[in-house]
Write a protein that binds this ligand. Sequence first.
Ligand code: 4NP
Length: 152
Amino acid sequence: MKVLMVCLGNICRSPTAEAVLRAKLEAAGLAHRITVDSDGTGDWHIGNPPDSRSQRHAAQRGYDLSALRGRQVAEADFHRFDLILAMDDANLADLQRLAPEGASRAEVRLFAPVEVPDPYTGGAAGFEQVLDLVEPTSDTWVQNLATRLGTS
Ligand code: 4NP
């Protein structure tokens, strides 16, 4: 099973969600059955590492974002991934617009029950808020994915 996290820039929210869900899948013994990736709807940060503030705040909670690099959503993603998870309503609308006509593999939905606010132009509290939302939501996704795999 393949899961893709999507935000706008792919340097703050979606790399954070990628690293946190991967760590939680590893802890649950499911990492060998589920791959997690991330990209952005925008193209500004292709090839760039995550925002240094995202890296720092995530590292304080034990998540290493340093090896991740920015990518942009492509139509092929809708065929490669089973689940595409948008961080906010604008990301979801962009994904729905980019989705290929007709059937594709991916189920596209919001990552969390609420939007994950974009921290890019704000202060440290915004980056903490991202982690405060992403950590428990990733726990819920581990349960959800385990059920989908029939291992729960
Ligand atoms: P992200 O945050 O979507 O969580 O990665 C942003 C990063 C960069 C920009 C916007 C949002 N930007 O406009 O460059």
